[in-house]
Design a protein around this ligand. Structure first.
Ligand code: GTP
Ligand code: MG
Length: 240
């Protein structure tokens, strides 16, 4: 039986909100407005996952699927230095792939699963999980097919988390809430509908605070307290 490993986000307050960090055998989803720090957390996790477990890391490699072209390897360097790690070695342990269509994204997952059966990975990042679906299925009449393909992709991702004891960190976009009513104070909700809601173990909502400050709230989780964490985006990655 595999046991859960918790990987630090770089922020103690965010870790506490999550019960110790992002968990293996689970899918952590982050959604929120642009520049709210979703991709910056992905970069920080690329490094912290490689820390030994005694330092709240996962002692493993990272797989990174980038659908928006926003991964910056040079960003990894100051983050690695902050954690006292060799930046070159850290970069070598990040398997990076850019996806251009939702089919490509799916095939990359198959390839990564093969790699994970050979080497110890502890984190899979998909940034963002839904962007290509929203590009590849544009028409209203295509929504049912899009959701079906999305469900297929998410089931593959869930399998990876469970088979290889990997933490999955995936980002999502926000959409205007057409229903209104429920989201009066902020008429936005995560994209992907019930299919995505069902796949995520933990859903995090990010928003901007003052300056480099960001706020994270656990969204819709019956097993976690309705609390918020404040964190910062620093040169060394996510911090308090
Ligand atoms: P979208 O993908 O556009 O939805 O946004 P996101 O939530 O992924 O935002 P992202 O994580 O890219 O955050 C962007 C913010 O991070 C910027 O507005 C900066 O405030 C901050 N940031 C990015 N790079 C650096 C950096 O090198 N140093 C510092 N201190 N902050 C940075
Ligand atoms: Mg981003």
């Amino acid at each position: 039986r595999k046991s859960i490993i918790r990987i630090t986000t770089g922020s103690q307050s965010l870790d506490e909100l999550l019960g110790g960090g992002i968990e293996t055998l689970a899918i952590t989803e982050a959604f929120g407005e642009f520049r709210s720090g979703k991709t910056q957390l992905a970069h920080t996790l690329c490094v912290s996952t490689q820390l030994p477990t005694s330092m709240h890391g996962g002692n493993g490699k990272v797989a990174y699927i980038d659908t928006e072209g926003t991964f910056r390897p040079e960003r990894i360097i100051p983050i690695a230095e902050r954690f006292g790690m060799d930046a070159g070695a850290v970069l070598d342990n990040i398997v990076y792939a850019r996806a251009y269509t939702y089919e490509h994204q799916y095939n990359l997952l198959l390839g990564l699963a093969a790699k994970m059966s050979e080497e110890p990975f502890r984190l899979l990042i998909v940034d963002s999980v839904i962007a290509l679906f929203r590009v590849d299925f544009t028409g209203r009449g295509e929504l049912a097919e899009r959701q079906q393909k999305l469900a297929q992709m998410l089931s593959r991702i869930t399998k990876i988390a469970e088979e290889f004891n990997v933490a999955v960190y995936m980002t999502n976009q926000v959409i205007a809430d057409p229903g209104g009513g429920v989201f009066i104070s902020d008429p936005k909700k995560p994209a992907g509908g019930h299919v995505l809601a069902h796949a995520s173990t933990v859903r995090l909502m990010f928003r901007k605070g003052k300056g480099e400050q960001r706020v994270c709230k656990v969204f819709d989780a019956p097993n976690l307290p309705e609390a918020e964490a404040v964190f910062q985006i620093t040169p060394g990655g996510i911090a308090d």
